[in-house]
Write a protein that binds this ligand. Structure first.
Ligand SMILES: Cc1cc2nc3c(=O)[nH]c(=O)nc-3n(C[C@H](O)[C@H](O)[C@H](O)COP(=O)(O)O)c2cc1C
Length: 372
């Protein structure tokens, strides 16, 4: 309530990226003061055993994670975990540092509960992020590292390889982002032959085994989704993240509103139906053999619960957190734990895929189950 008043009176009037930066600094500074960190964790961190999930070879205290893009430079993952996120995906990180697109590059569509993002991967580069991640406490939060292509890179595979060599030793899982609409040509890497080549190149750069996932766009056709799901099984990927932002404007109530025509990907509430449909299709096609991470328009515990029951082992959010404020992760965690108990289950893991229809007959039956 307090956050809502603050949002309407002040935050909504300032440049969205500036607000993000100020809020991030405040959370990180608070978390650096030990007694305050203890207090935050006591009040907000998930401790309910019903929320615990084992996935990707790690123990997650909650299935709710902070989506990529919020902690681009791995500067605050511990602080976001203190707010109640069960894991944090840092990045997108590129091999070389780069400034990203000119500002403004995050726009709010408040009535739609959405954002338009055209940041273009501003970040300090893989070496700087590796330096930050190197100091991670062993008992700290689960951290996924999301890597993307440097805008000026001539050889995309070599560029991802360079990032992977620097960052993989410090990651709990690795995500290949091939779905941002803001780096020219990036989404073309979702074509199965290019994706297979990228996965092979990244595997070559990995010095030790590490869970490997690919983050995909919501704008792929159903046939392309099936092709990627089949490829993921064939290549024994550990999982898929669905979805990134959409370039489709028809999902908005008012596709002609100011700012809507601006370039960039739409996140938040308008993305919800498509992100859910993509998840359902991937789950049906892969028959529960991949770890699916659902993201896109998750605003409430019901949304998170619906994704889990549709086949997501883990869920993530960005825009729901921006509009919901610092207590939002706790609300979702509590709501999820209540739903687990109301369903008569002992843990959220038991609900994964509970609502999913049977697998499609065309799905590839390869690869071992990674969902556990
Ligand atoms: C401002 C902004 C920046 C983002 N940056 C990234 C990014 O760097 N890498 C990435 O994989 N996804 C990025 N995303 C996409 C989110 O991780 C997420 O997939 C998408 O916003 C849908 O989730 P949501 O509706 O909960 O926001 C960004 C989204 C927003 C709104």
């Amino acid at each position: 309530m307090l956050y809502r008043v603050l949002y309407v009176l002040l935050l909504a009037r300032l440049d969205a990226e500036r607000v993000h930066r100020l809020a991030a600094r405040a959370v990180i500074a608070t978390d650096r003061v030990r007694p305050l960190r203890r207090l935050l964790r006591t009040l907000l961190a998930p401790r309910d055993p019903a929320l615990r999930v084992r996935a990707l070879g790690r123990d997650f205290p909650s299935p709710l994670g902070l989506a990529a893009g919020f902690d681009k430079d791995a500067a605050g993952f511990e602080a976001y975990a203190s707010l109640g996120f069960g894991f944090v995906e840092v990045g997108t990180i590129t091999a070389e540092g780069q400034p990203g697109n000119p500002r403004p590059r995050i726009l709010r569509l408040t009535r739609e509960r959405a954002l338009v993002n055209r940041m273009g991967f501003p970040n300090a580069g893989a070496a700087a992020a590796a330096q930050r991640l190197r100091g991670r406490a062993p008992a700290g939060p689960v951290v996924g590292v999301n890597v993307g292509r440097t805008r000026t890179a001539l050889n995309a595979e070599a560029d991802y390889q360079a990032s992977v060599r620097m960052l993989a030793p410090h990651a709990d899982y690795l995500v290949l982002n091939v779905s941002s609409p803001n780096t020219p040509g990036l989404r073309d890497m979702q074509a199965v032959d290019r994706l297979a080549a990228l996965i092979a190149a990244v595997r070559e750069a990995l010095a030790a085994p590490l869970p490997l996932l690919v983050k995909i766009a919501p704008d792929l056709s159903d046939e392309d989704l099936d092709a990627i799901a089949d490829l993921a099984l064939r290549e024994r990927l550990d999982g898929l993240i669905a979805t990134n932002t959409t370039i489709d404007r028809d999902c908005l109530h008012d596709p002609c509103a100011p700012d809507v025509a601006a370039e960039g990907g739409i996140s938040g509430a308008p993305l919800k139906p498509r992100a859910l449909a993509v998840l359902r299709r991937l789950h049906a096609r892969t028959d529960g053999r991949l770890t699916l991470i659902a993201v896109g328009g998750i605003e409430t515990a019901d949304d998170a619960w619906e994704r889990i029951r549709a086949g997501a082992t883990l869920v993530q959010a960005y825009t729901g957190f921006v509009y919901g404020g610092p207590l939002w992760p706790r609300r979702i965690n509590r709501g999820l734990a209540r739903r687990v108990r109301a369903a008569g289950l002992s843990g959220v893991r038991e609900a994964v895929g509970a609502d999913a229809p049977a697998a499609s007959p065309g799905g590839v039956r390869a690869g071992s189950s990674q969902a556990g």
